[in-house]
Ligand binder design. Sequence first.
Ligand code: ZN
Ligand code: ZN
Length: 70
Amino acid sequence: MKFFGRNDNTCDKCKQKFKTHEELIRHARHDHHHVIPKCAECGKEFIHEKDRLHHAKEERQKKLSKRGID
Ligand SMILES: [Zn+2]
Ligand SMILES: [Zn+2]
């Protein structure tokens, strides 16, 4: 059993489900006045700050490994 199948776009606060992550973000921002953390590199938006941090780390590693191959 994998635990990765959990990225259905469900709102933490009201358990409403959305088809896309973008819709969930729009909902959280509009209905809950949730501050959406944004990646400074690519502008991608995240519901949780920890998701953004994880993404930023991955992006940094990608960059580093690219530089390594070169
Ligand atoms: Zn909600
Ligand atoms: Zn990014």
